[in-house]
Design a protein around this ligand. Structure first.
Ligand code: CP
Ligand code: NVA
Length: 316
């Protein structure tokens, strides 16, 4: 299938999970992201969404997602509306279904950051325009597109690399499992007992991996996951919505810190990723996140480019 056929196939689709996309579709998104990044750096016009609008519903805080989507729409010639759930009627009990139906009459796409993955699916079901998952308790697909773009930039390829996840088996870990499986990267996730990734996600990622030759491994041993890894990734120990567990998690996750001792077992030229925001001294030491292997700010920047590609393909 050529680029044009894939573009036709992507038009009008939702981005709820990377599991719903073929390896070829993900590669196309990454290719366009690289192209748009170059155009933006060189000051070349790329107004692929001229006159179009994106509604952005936020039921949780955000720095990167909010700013990258808003700036991305502007650079594509369109406009984004920031809708805090506290300010729209959703926060006063209007249903997700009605919100979707109404917004779909006004805008060309909706990005939503919320708690339940089922809310994103329901929104998509009830509106005519593409819905993009800007993070749920279960998944964070846009983050992983930026991560894949970053790995590709620094390593020149994806298939065959080993990525180690260390920490909580959370939303970012789940989407990374899909992202790696779809692109042929081996992923090994080390998480404490009780905080392992969701079994259904692991099983679905293994189905994806069977098509690309990737492997999806789950362990409780950080050293095993990091052994020989080309990419080492972590995230906060308590995600948004888990603030009351913060203290308890500090001791549960203590031996899952990404530090110099742990990364000594990684490939000598490994890169370190973190979706940010980070807690230095908790899930990662300052020495690592601010050190020579860290590419976390390239990763943050790539949110902009990867999401512009997603919006251009889905909403174009
Ligand atoms: N990584 C990420 O999604 O950051 P924000 O919470 O700032 O959007
Ligand atoms: N796992 C984190 C990611 C933040 C971007 C959270 O859900 O809070």
């Amino acid at each position: 299938m050529n680029q044009n056929q894939i573009a036709v196939q992507l038009k009008g689709r939702d981005l709820l999970s990377l599991h719903d996309f073929t390896p070829q579709e993900i590669t196309s998104i990454l290719d366009l992201a690289a192209d748009l990044k170059q155009k933006q750096k060189q000051g070349q016009p790329h107004e692929l969404l001229k006159g179009k609008t994106l509604a952005m519903i936020f039921q949780k805080s955000s720095t990167r997602t909010r700013v990258s989507f808003e700036v991305g729409m502007f650079q594509l010639g369109g406009h984004a509306l920031f809708l805090s759930a506290d300010d729209i009627q959703l926060g006063r009990g209007e249903s997700i279904a009605d919100t979707g139906q109404v917004l779909g009459r006004f805008v060309d796409g909706i990005m939503i950051r919320t708690f339940a993955q089922s809310d994103v699916a329901q929104l998509a079901e009830h509106c005519q325009v593409p819905v993009i998952n800007g993070l749920t308790d279960l998944l964070h697909p846009c983050q992983i597109l930026a991560d894949l773009q970053t790995v590709r930039e620094h390593k020149g390829k994806l298939a065959g690399l080993k990525l180690a996840w260390v920490g909580d088996g959370n939303n970012v870990c789940h989407s990374l499992m899909f992202g790696c499986a779809k692109t042929g990267m081996h992923i090994s996730a080390a998480c404490p007992e009780g905080y392992l990734p969701d079994d259904k996600i692991v099983a679905a990622a293994r189905e994806d991996a069977a098509e690309t030759g990737a492997t999806v491994t789950v362990t409780t041993d950080p050293a095993e996951a990091v052994a020989g890894a080309d990419v080492v990734v972590t995230d906060v120990w308590a995600s948004m919505g888990q603030e009351s567990e913060q203290q308890a998690r500090m001791s549960i996750f203590a031996s899952y810190q990404v530090n110099a001792k742990l990364t000594a077992g990684a490939a000598p030229d490994y890169i370190f990723l973190h979706c940010l925001p980070a807690h230095r001294g908790e899930e990662v030491t300052a020495e690592i996140i601010d050190g020579p292997h860290s590419v976390v700010f390239d990763e943050a920047e790539n949110r902009l480019h990867a999401q512009k590609a997603v919006m251009a393909l889905l909403m174009g």
